[in-house]
Design a protein around this ligand. Structure first.
Ligand code: MSP
Length: 635
């Protein structure tokens, strides 16, 4: 039995779990379920990254303490993973004593060994990323990730002597080609290392940042959030003394998105090396999901919350889409239409129909104690297709290539569907003389379902369980049992229909419509004028502060407003001149539609629309009940 320890990034608690977080966690879950199926001892870790200035800032804005804020969001992450059926063995929070203790012990160890020194550094800092950017990385004077202005900071800090490990790391990457995979990311890290590696500032002065783990050797400083966060992978499995890791550490592999390649590919191995801790086995890096062409991140605001789609289409369909649509290592583009397309084609049509047809046919014939008819070429081909599919899954899962594993399984499903068509069991059933052949065909079908009930388990856990249950197989599935061609009986099978209901794409909006449900909701054929929440979510409502207001010279109705939306200043035209004196609006916070296409009104470009209620002659602007910063989302 081999051991497999897999980690996801620990997610920042300044955002609620969204599609990007769900993608990594679902990939890790599919991998861990697969390794358990293969009989490995598995440890699956996820968690939350809770320190740092950014968290302190959001907490302050929300009028609460960083700890209370972190408690709330960490609970949301835990609840999300529970609802998505994620099988993590542990959930680490960086504010837990078990983590803080390890961070401080390692810091002290590095300090005592002379790996940490006190010095001064000045550089361009992004508060969003909580890191300094080098001149080369800066794009148009802005943070390449957040597209916001950087701040020049000069301060005294503690530094880890990362530069001295540059040559060692290059050699390690060259000698161990599989250390970072896919290869493009190993090359990217080697690319970073072509430039001189700087020492890493691992502290922040308490005068500026208080929300962090105090340095054990200087209480005027807290630990830099990345130095703290990376150590979670180690602190989660250690028991005192530090080196005891329950036999897990030597097997650790990390799964991350490409955005955090540098800390994991450069900082982390050098930190481990300096601390005398064995390096991780492998870093697995996936690409980024984009939504409508732009990168999905909280700062850009085009976030798909993990729940919306699973609640709408089911866990398995959401999971399947994320695993099937992204080529591991490359970027992918998310759209609800593409999800529905995959759901209809691969799940409802290919898999759902096969399961429904096969279970209906087998259930109709009843169990068969002994199938005597010989195995024909067509049956043998199915067993061979199963062996090929299993080999594909085994090979591709070594590289986290979920899409290839699923393509392999769908090739098998396609073969079985064609087998059903060609052997036409419904025709065989009409002719008593062909009963023996019918029994062999049903046996092959039951065997195929048994195979799928095991092989689909990591990817579609709910559907795989339903298939196994239909065959009366209650036991925990095992990869070893995924072998076809050894069956001469047909079990009692219960019919499974509607494993994945088709989604009607002809309706005005996509959404699953199990029979009868629409009527029950009181919706007519056209949806009763109601829209799905996803339509509403396309409208970006935000709080804006009016900085200046003036009448448009030639218009009785229009005011030109200069407004602040978060860090952005824009101009918009509002038709409220007859109801509001411009001066009375300055300094007020209103609600705007922030993602309207610009329109020119009386020669002024308007970027957005102010919301107001109207009744007869009264027009009333939407304002806020409590104060929140401009840029806040309204939903
Ligand atoms: N807290 C750090 C990680 C510390 S690990 C020691 C962090 N947190 S995060 O909340 O920003 O999560 C980043 C990770 O979320 C990415 O590496 C990736 O795993 C996942 N994703 C976030 N957005 C994503 C996409 N749009 N697409 C794919 N994955 C994305 O960084």
């Amino acid at each position: 039995m081999s051991t497999f320890y897999l980690t996801t990034p620990i997610y920042y608690v300044n955002a609620r779990p969204h599609l990007g977080h769900a993608c990594t966690t679902i990939m890790a879950d599919a991998m861990c379920r697969y390794r358990r199926l293969a009989g490995d001892r598995v440890y699956f870790l996820t968690g939350t990254d809770e320190h740092g200035e950014r968290i302190a800032q959001v907490a302050a804005k929300a009028g609460t303490s960083p700890q209370a804020y972190a408690d709330e969001i960490a609970a949301v992450f835990q609840e999300t993973w529970r609802r998505l059926g994620i099988t993590n063995d542990d959930f680490i929070r960086t504010t837990e004593p078990r983590h803080k203790k390890v961070v401080q012990e390692i810091l002290q160890r590095l300090f005592d060994a002379g790996e940490i020194y006190f010095g001064e550094y000045g550089g361009w800092y992004c508060y969003g990323c909580e890191r300094f950017y080098t001149e080369k990385e800066i794009v148009d004077g802005k943070c390449p990730d957040h597209q916001t202005a950087l701040t020049f900071i000069k301060e005294k800090n503690y530094f880890f002597k990362m530069s001295k490990y540059q040559d060692w790391l290059i050699k390690h990457l060259e000698d161990n080609p599989g250390f970072i995979q896919p290869e493009r990311y190993r090359n990217e890290v080697l690319g970073f290392l072509r430039e001189p590696l700087q020492d890493l500032s691992i502290s922040r002065p308490k005068s500026r940042v208080v929300w962090g783990i105090p340095l054990p050797f200087d209480d005027q400083y807290v630990t830099y959030v990345w130095f703290d966060a990376l150590l979670n992978y180690y602190s989660a499995v250690t028991e005192p003394p530090l080196e005891k890791t329950r036999g897990l550490w030597d097997h650790v592999q990390h799964l991350i998105g490409k955005d955090i390649l540098k800390p994991h590919g450069v900082y982390w191995p050098t930190m481990l090396k300096a601390a005398g801790i064995p390096l991780y086995r492998r870093l697995n890096v996936h690409g980024y999901w984009s939504l409508g062409g732009s990168k999905m991140s909280k700062s850009i605001g085009n976030v798909v919350e993990a729940f919306q789609l699973t609640d709408k289409y089911g866990h398995d369909a959401f999971r399947y889409f994320l695993l099937r649509e992204m080529n591991f290592g490359l970027d992918a583009s998310f759209s609800e239409e593409a999800l529905v397309e995959r759901l209809n084609a691969d799940l409802a049509n290919d898999l759902g129909n096969l399961v429904s047809r096969a279970t209906t046919l087998i259930a109709a014939s009843g169990p068969i104690a002994r199938v005597t008819a010989p195995v024909e070429t067509a049956d043998r081909e199915i067993a061979e297709a199963a062996a090929t599919a299993r080999a594909t899954v085994e090979q591709t899962m070594r590289d986290f290539a979920f899409q290839k594993a699923l393509a392999g399984l769908w090739a098998f499903i396609g073969t079985v569907n064609r087998y059903v068509d060609a052997s036409a069991p419904w025709a065989l059933a009409k002719d008593p003389a062909r009963r023996p052949r019918l029994e062999r065909v049903l046996c092959t079908l039951a065997d195929s379902l048994g195979f799928l009930g095991v092989m689909l388990d990591p990817f579609l856990p709910d559907a795989a369980r339903k298939v196994r249950e239909a065959l009366g197989r209650g036991e925990t599935p095992a990869l070893d049992a995924a072998v076809m061609g050894q069956l001469d009986t047909v079990p009692r099978v219960s019919r499974v229909s509607g494993l994945f209901p088709r989604v009607d794409t002809k309706a005005s909006h996509p959404g699953p419509q199990p029979k009868g449900e629409r009527a029950a909701q009181g919706e007519g054929e056209t949806g009763g004028g109601k829209i799905p929440i996803t339509d509403f979510q396309k409208v970006e409502l935000r709080v804006a502060e009016v900085l200046a207001a003036e009448r448009l010279p030639k218009s009785k109705k229009l005011l030109k407003l200069t407004i602040q939306v978060g860090e952005e200043t824009r101009t918009l035209v509002a038709g409220v001149a007859e109801h509001y004196d411009p001066a009375s609006l300055v300094g007020r916070k209103v609600v705007i539609v922030a993602n309207l296409q610009p329109a020119t009104l009386m020669g002024v470009e308007s970027n957005g629309m102010v919301l107001a209620a109207s009744h007869e002659d009264t027009v009333s602007l939407l304002t806020l009940d409590k104060d929140v910063p401009s840029g806040s989302r309204v939903k």
